[in-house]
Design a protein around this ligand. Structure first.
Ligand SMILES: Cc1ncc(COP(=O)(O)O)c(C=O)c1O
Length: 426
C-alpha cells in the first residue's frame, strides 16, 4: 500500500535497527490510505476498482510476470485471490521475523505445504524427507504425491547417517528436487540439522538444478529457530499454531527469497489456496503479542518439564532443554535453536489405558490436538495425530502408547503443574 508517506516502512530510528516485536504494531501499513485508522482495516472485498484501464493492464502484467517491475514500482490491487491489503501487510510482517525477502499466506499450514510441493515437484522427481512429520504432511507424501508420480524416501529425524543415505539414494535414482524436514519432529522433538541439509543439497546439485531445502518451522519458529539463516530455501508455517496463537483460526505461510517464492505465488493464485482477509487481520492482531506469548509459554514449559522429569510415573521427557552435551543432538540444538520452545511429549509408565486415564483427569489443560495456543493442550499422538502411521513405524519413531504430548500455554505455571500432579495421581 504505497503512498508519499514512507514512515510506515521505516526499519530504523536514530540509527537503531527496530526489532520485529516493535515493527509488528504498524510495519507495512499506512494509516493515510485508510482514513487515518490506527489499525489496518479488514478489506472484505473480492475485487478492486482500477482508476484507469491502463492501470489494470499494468497490474496484471506484474501479477502474471509478463514484465519486470520498474524501480520502486509495486503491483496494484487486483482481486483478493491474487492480492489483498490484509495479506500483503501480514506477509511483510511475517518476513521480518525470519529475515525473508518475500512471503505468502495460505488458508492453512497444509495448503502452504501442498502448494509449495506442487510448485516444485513433477512426475519422476524425488523428495527426501525426515520422519516423523505431521500426519497431514505424511499423507500428502505417502498417499497423494505418488499418484502424481512423485517418489519419496524418508529418513529418521536426528540421524545424520540416515539423512545422508536417503539423499544419496534419491539423487542416484534422481532427479532429487527437494529435501523436506520438519524440525523439531512432532511428537518426539528429534532435530534435523538444517545446515547439513543445505550442504547435502549443494553437494547433489546438477547443472540443471539444486535440490530445494524446505523446512516446516511450526514448532519453534519464528522466535526460536530461523531456518533461512541456516541455508533453507523455503520456510513453512502452520500459522494456526504459535503465530495465530489463540486457537481461533487456521492459516499457513511460506517464506523465502523472491525468486523461490515467485513460482509458489503463481501456483497459489491458480489453486486459490490464499488466506482470507479476516484471517489475515486476525493473524496481524496475533503478531503484536507473539513474542510475549512465546516467551511466557517457553518459560512455563521449563517448569512443567522439570516437574514431569522428577515424577515417579514419568519414564522420559522429550524436552529440548534437557539435551546433554554428549548427545549428538545437543550440537544441532546449540547451533540452530535459541530456546527449547513449549511443545514436548513425555512417556508415562503403562500404555494407552494409563495415558487415557491421565488425559481424562486433566482440568486446566484441555484434551485437544493442535499446539501453540494461549491455553495448554494435551493429546495422545499414537491414537490421535499419528493414528494413521503403521504400528511398526510408530515403534521405530518412538511414538508409544504411553506417550502424551503437551503444548504448554501461558496460564500460571503452578496451576498447570497442580493439574498434572492430580491427573498423574489417578
Ligand atoms: C508441524 C505442523 N505442520 C503443519 C501442520 C498443518 O497445519 P494446519 O492445521 O494449519 O493445516 C500442523 C498441524 O498440526 C503441524 O503440527
Amino acid at each position: 500500500m504505497p503512498s508519499d508517506n514512507k514512515d510506515y516502512r521505516h526499519l530504523t530510528v536514530d540509527g537503531q535497527k527496530l526489532h520485529p516485536e516493535t515493527l509488528m504494531m504498524g510495519y507495512g501499513y499506512d494509516p493515510q490510505l485508510s482514513e487515518g485508522a490506527l489499525k489496518c482495516p479488514i478489506f472484505h472485498t473480492s475485487t478492486f476498482v482500477f482508476e484507469k484501464a491502463e492501470d489494470g493492464k499494468s497490474f496484471f502484467e506484474l501479477a502474471y510476470g509478463l514484465r519486470r517491475p520498474k524501480p520502486s514500482e509495486e503491483s496494484g490491487l487486483i482481486y483478493s485471490r491474487i492480492n489483498n491489503p490484509d495479506l500483503q501487510v501480514l506477509e511483510e510482517r511475517l518476513c521480518l521475523w525470519d529475515d525473508a525477502q518475500s512471503g505468502l499466506t495460505f488458508s492453512s499450514g497444509m495448503s502452504a505445504i501442498a502448494t509449495a510441493l506442487l510448485t516444485y515437484l513433477r512426475p519422476g522427481d524425488w523428495i527426501a524427507h525426515s520422519e516423523p512429520v505431521y500426519g497431514g504432511t505424511e499423507y500428502l507424501l505417502h498417499k497423494v504425491l505418488p499418484q502424481f508420480g512423485v517418489r519419496r524416501i524418508g529418513f529418521a529425524a536426528g540421524s545424520a547417517e540416515g539423512m545422508e543415505y536417503a539423499v544419496q539414494t534419491a539423487a542416484a535414482n534422481g532427479p532429487l528436487k527437494m529435501i523436506y524436514t520438519e524440525t523439531p519432529a512432532n511428537p518426539t522433538n528429534a532435530l534435523v540439522d538444517i545446515a547439513a541439509c543445505a550442504a547435502l543439497a549443494r553437494e547433489h546439485a546438477t547443472a540443471q538444478h539444486r535440490p530445494l531445502v524446505v523446512v516446516d518451522n511450526t514448532f519453534l519458529g519464528p522466535l526460536w529457530q530461523q531456518p533461512l539463516a541456516h541455508g533453507a530455501d523455503l520456510v513453512i508455517y502452520s500459522l494456526t499454531k504459535y503465530v495465530g496463537g489463540h486457537s481461533d483460526l487456521i492459516a499457513g505461510s511460506c517464506l523465502g527469497a523472491e525468486d523461490v517464492i515467485a513460482p509458489v505465488r503463481g501456483m497459489r493464485t491458480i489453486l486459490g489456496t490464499m488466506s482470507d482477509p479476516m484471517t489475515g487481520w486476525l493473524v496481524m492482531r496475533s503478531l503484536e503479542t507473539l513474542k510475549l506469548r512465546m516467551t511466557c509459554s517457553m518459560k512455563n514449559a521449563r517448569y512443567v518439564a522439570e516437574f514431569l522429569n522428577d515424577h515417579p510415573r514419568v519414564r522420559q521427557v522429550h524436552y529440548l532443554g534437557f539435551l546433554e552435551e554428549d548427545d549428538p543432538q545437543y550440537d544441532v540444538y546449540r547451533r540452530l535453536c535459541r530456546a527449547p520452545g513449549s511443545t514436548f511429549s513425555f512417556e508415562i509408565d503403562g500404555g494407552e489405558t494409563e495415558a487415557f486415564r491421565v488425559l481424562d483427569a486433566l482440568k486446566v489443560a484441555k484434551l485437544a490436538v493442535s499446539l501453540g495456543g494461549t491455553e495448554s493442550l494435551v493429546s495422545h499422538p499414537a491414537s490421535m495425530t499419528h493414528a494413521d502411521v503403521p504400528a511398526a513405524d510408530k515403534e521405530r519413531m518412538g511414538i508409544s502408547d504411553g506417550l502424551i504430548r503437551i503444548s504448554v500455554g501461558i496460564e500460571h505455571p503452578e496451576d498447570i503443574i497442580a493439574d498434572l500432579r492430580q491427573a498423574l495421581a489417578t
